[in-house]
Each structure stands twice: as structure tokens, then as C-alpha cells.
Design a protein around this ligand. Structure first.
Ligand code: MSP
Length: 517
């Protein structure tokens, strides 16, 4: 049995879910649905990262106990993803006792192996990053990400002997060129490793400074560093479903995230796994940032778009389409309402929505919704079929390569072809002459097949729309992604299709209240 395990970062609960998180969720969901369509067994883990300074500080600012604060915030993520319809097999909260127990077990194992030592440390600590920064990283004395100076801190702590594992990590990435995608992030990581600038990792915080974390099993005066805790969620999420689930899925782990957290995933995490004597993940899939104007969309900068507002206003598939079509995976992309409306109107309302509605309404008008036999194909018919045969090959190929924008582009080339075919063959004109009706029936049958293939290829990108199209066609979705078009096999003659519905209403930004920022 082929398997595919995909994770998203577990999100900090210092604010509500925003568009950046939603993109990562859409990518993980799209991949899971794609592999499912190919008959692969999939497992998706996401969750919330609830320990550490950042959460303790925001809970305190709300005058709340951190656990109660977490209990209030974590469900916002869980519910948002559920309402968006994302596949999630296990949602991990790091305050879940099952997770906490595993983190302690892992800490003890690394300690027993002699890979954790106690030492005095003085450094510059950024509470935003939750780590010590080096002088070199500062920009004008400030943390480059959080735009404020780190605090000088001196204390005794526990350190993970990460340096012991760095050569093996480097070897792994050298031997597995696809383990970090896109390649320039792999090069970045290899350069980091080659620089020799990475030291051991401080994995404790004294309770006198921070007590909101998982206690070290070998010293109760300390709690665990939040990253050491959080990364283990990728294992605890599987183990929550039993050791069999862990053994079955772990070797296929794909971690999706933005470039902001490449270092913990590419340096800390494989070192931890090696120290735990666990196999390494299969791949890190790194995407860029969504930006609005110049600024990255993030909670700390307070520049956010809420997924549920977007869903309510435009529908989840319109949002999914925009996110997947507009961002080349690995590069940054910018979000603005005009581009969003323009894309949705051109590709969804006009391109796909219009085709479906024309075809289904002609089928009603001329044949009372009943499918007619295919007539002998003309050159135009063959071209149309060729365009969709090409999409059937290209769309899965581009998806596999994470080039979602190219996959959608390829499908829309076929849809453009179909819209042009309607104009060129002009069934609405032919239908005026009775003896042309068999030809009209043949044309419409082929157009219904276009919609069938489109719904098949949209199953992982726009699952709601894909379902809607299949139900308009009155057929069920194929169990497996087919390798050939099978046109002529999906609709028995006389089979009734439904009258059209509006799949995508046109967006008029003048009328819409713009999404709340
Ligand atoms: N808690 C850590 C992750 C621990 S994983 C073991 C964390 N949380 S976070 O809430 O800050 O989420 C960061 C992730 O959210 C990014 O890696 C990315 O997946 C997503 N994004 C947050 N803002 C984003 C954009 N503006 N654009 C794209 N993705 C963004 O880091």
C-alpha cells in the first residue's frame, strides 16, 4: 500500500487564523486529495503550538491563565479548518497530555544517550523568535523579523549536542537532493551547514523566567524549549492513532511550511530525529510568503485576512483557486482584492462557470436534459478531445511537482479550448434546423465530457466545485484518477443531466464590502 503523510506547521495561538496559515492548509489539503485520488492512503496532521514565551506573554496581557487562553484559542483553528473543509486526520495541541508525555519520553531518551548537557550561557534573546540571536543576525541592533532589540540574558541551561549530528544531516541532504524543495532552499541549508556557524541548541528555559512549557523529566526546575516540543508534534500526531499508524506513515512524511521556519525544520529537526534514532522525514516543502503591499501578512504585524470571512463572502473554492493559481510554490505572492476579483471573474465565473451553464442550458433546451449519442467526430471534435487528453496528463504531472499554478493553467487551456469550440461549432445556431439535431447532440455530449474531465481534475484543487459538477452531470466521481479520458463511457444515451446553477457569482468589488483587513 502506497502512503503519503503530510503535515502543516502547528500554529501559534497568539492570534486568529489568517490567510498565510490558510495557504499552507490549502496546499496540504490539495496534496492529500491528489494522492487519495491516485489511490494512495493519506494522513494529515496540523495543530496548535501552545507553549513558550510568546503564548505566556499574550495570555498574561489578556490577564488569562495560559492553559485557559490556549483552550479558548486552539478551537478557533480547529473550527476554521473544519469549516473550510480541509482534510485533517489528527489535530495536535501541544498541551495534550499524550503529546507532553511523548516529548518527555524523547527528552529522556536523548539525555540517556548523552546528547544533552548542562552549561552556562550568555546571549541575546528574542522573545518573538523564541531563540538566541547572534550579533551577525541583527539589523541595526534589532531582530530582523520582529524589528526590536533582543534582550541580553545570562543563565544556566540544558543544551542538545546538535553539532554531533550536523555532518550526518549534511550528508542526508547531499544524498537526497529532493529532500528540500525548492532547490534554492536546499542550497541555503547546505550553505548554513557548511558555514560551521551552527552550535549546540539550548533546549531549556528556567522556570524562574518561563514556566509555561513541558517540564524536563531530568530537571524539574526547567521547561522544554518550545521548538523542541513543537517539532515532536509530527510524531505525536501519528502516535495518537497508534504505533502502527506511526510506522506506516512516518517514512513518507512531507512537512509543508513557509520559508520563515526552514532552519528549525532543516537543522534542528533532523538532528533531533537522528539523536532519537528515528528515520528522517522524506521531504520539506517550502513555500513563500503572502504579502500585502510590502509587508508580510502576519499576526505580529497585524495585517491579516481572515479565512472564514473570505469563505463566507466568496466561497472556499474561489479562495483556494486564487491562492493556488496566483502563487508559484516557493515564491512570494501578493494579495490584493482587485487581483482576487479579476482572477475569480475571468477564470471561474467566465471560464468555467459560463461553460457549464451554457452546456447544461442547451442540453435542457434542445433535449430536455437527455444525453444524445456521439456522432462521427470532426477535426474540431478531435482537437477538443486532444486538448482535454493533454490536460489529463499535464494537470497531475504539475501537481506532483507542486506547480499548482501550472496545473491550473493547463486545465484552463483546455477550458478555453472548450469555450472556443462552443463558439466555433455554434450548436445554438445549428439547433434551428431540425436535421442538425443529431450533430447538436454530439457536440453537447462532447461538452458534457469536457465537464466530466474538468470535475475529475478539479477534485483536489476545488473539491466543492468538483462535487457540484458531478452532481449537475448526475454521475458519481471516478474512484481513482483515470489514465485515459474514457469519453463516450460516462453518460448512457438518454441519461438526464441537471439544469445549470450559478457555480461562481461574479464579484463586483464596488458592491461587496471588501474583506475585513
Ligand atoms: N509554531 C510555529 C511552527 C511550529 S511547527 C513544528 C510557527 N507558527 S506560526 O503560527 O507562526 O506559523 C508559521 C507558518 O504559517 C508559516 O511557516 C506558514 O506555513 C504559515 N504562514 C504564516 N504567515 C504566512 C504568510 N504571510 N504567507 C504564507 N504563509 C504564512 O511558526
Amino acid at each position: 500500500m502506497e502512503r503519503f503523510y503530510v503535515t502543516t506547521p502547528i500554529y501559534y495561538i497568539n492570534a486568529e487564523p489568517h490567510l498565510g496559515h490558510t495557504y499552507t492548509m490549502v496546499v496540504a489539503d490539495t496534496l492529500a486529495r491528489f494522492y487519495r485520488a491516485k489511490g494512495v492512503e493519506t494522513f494529515v496532521v496540523t495543530g496548535t503550538d501552545e507553549h513558550g514565551d510568546k503564548i505566556a506573554a499574550i495570555a498574561a496581557a489578556h490577564g488569562e491563565n495560559p492553559k485557559l487562553y490556549a483552550d479558548r484559542m486552539s478551537p478557533l483553528f480547529q473550527q476554521a479548518w473544519q469549516e473550510c473543509g480541509f482534510l485533517v486526520d489528527q489535530f495536535v495541541r501541544t498541551t495534550d497530555p499524550r503529546h507532553e508525555q511523548l516529548v518527555q519520553e524523547f527528552l529522556q531518551r536523548v539525555y540517556d544517550n548523552g546528547d544533552i548537557y548542562f552549561s552556562r550561557y550568555a546571549g541575546l534573546y528574542c522573545t518573538g523568535c523564541e531563540r538566541f540571536l547572534t550579533e551577525k543576525e541583527l539589523v541595526g541592533g534589532n531582530c530582523p523579523d520582529h524589528k526590536r532589540p533582543p534582550e541580553p540574558i545570562e543563565e544556566e541551561n540544558y543544551f542538545f549536542r546538535m553539532t554531533r549530528y550536523l555532518p550526518a544531516v549534511q550528508q542526508y541532504f547531499e544524498a537526497h537532493p529532493d529532500a528540500i524543495y525548492p532547490e534554492h532552499y536546499r542550497n541555503e541549508v547546505l550553505a548554513m551547514l557548511a558555514s560551521g556557524g551552527i552550535g549546540d541548541l539550548c533546549i531549556s528555559r528556567p522556570k524562574t523566567r518561563l514556566d509555561w512549557g513541558i517540564e524536563l523529566p531530568f530537571d524539574r526546575r526547567y521547561v522544554c524549549y518550545v521548538w523542541f516540543d513543537a517539532l515532536i508534534s509530527y510524531v505525536s500526531g501519528l502516535k495518537m492513532r497508534g504505533d502502527d499508524t506511526f510506522h506506516a506513515f512516518w517514512p513518507t512524511a512531507h512537512h509543508v511550511m513557509a520559508k520563515d521556519i526552514l532552519k528549525p525544520h532543516a537543522i534542528f529537526w533532523p538532528s533531533m530525529l537522528l539523536a532519537l534514532r528515528l528515520p528522517l522525514f522524506r521531504r520539506l516543502l517550502i513555500h513563500g510568503y503572502w504579502v500585502r503591499g510590502e509587508a508580510k501578512m502576519s499576526k505580529s504585524l497585524g495585517n491579516v485576512i481572515r479565512p472564514l470571512d473570505m469563505k463566507q463572502q466568496f466561497g472556499i473554492d474561489t479562495l483556494r483557486y486564487f491562492l493556488l493559481r496566483e502563487m508559484a510554490f516557493g515564491q512570494d505572492a501578493s494579495f490584493n482584492e482587485d487581483a482576487f476579483a479579476a482572477r475569480a471573474n475571468a477564470d471561474l465565473a467566465n471560464g468555467l462557470g459560463n461553460l457549464a451553464s451554457r452546456v447544461l442550458s442547451m442540453q435542457q433546451r434542445y433535449f430536455d436534459g437527455q444525453v444524445q449519442p456521439l456522432d462521427p467526430p470532426t477535426a474540431a471534435d478531435d482537437d477538443l478531445q486532444g486538448a482535454f487528453a493533454q490536460a489529463l496528463v499535464e494537470v497531475p504531472e504539475w501537481t506532483e511537482q507542486l506547480a499548482f499554478h501550472r496545473a491550473l493553467e493547463a486545465l484552463w487551456r483546455a477550458l478555453d479550448h472548450a469555450n472556443k469550440y462552443v463558439v466555433d461549432t455554434a450548436p445554438f445556431t445549428l439547433a434551428r434546423e431540425r436535421q442538425q439535431l443529431p450533430r447538436v447532440g454530439g457536440i453537447l455530449h462532447r461538452l458534457l465530457e469536457c465537464l466530466y474531465t474538468t470535475a475529475t481534475l478539479l477534485a483536489w484543487f476545488l473539491p466543492e466545485t468538483s462535487q457540484k459538477i458531478f452532481s449537475l452531470l448526475g454521475v458519481t466521481a471516478p474512484v481513482r484518477l483515470p489514465t485515459s479520458l474514457g469519453w463516450g463511457e460516462h453518460f448512457p444515451i438518454g441519461h438526464r443531466v441537471q439544469p445549470p446553477i450559478t457555480l461562481f457569482p461574479r464579484i463586483d468589488l464596488q458592491k461587496e464590502a471588501t474583506p475585513r483587513a
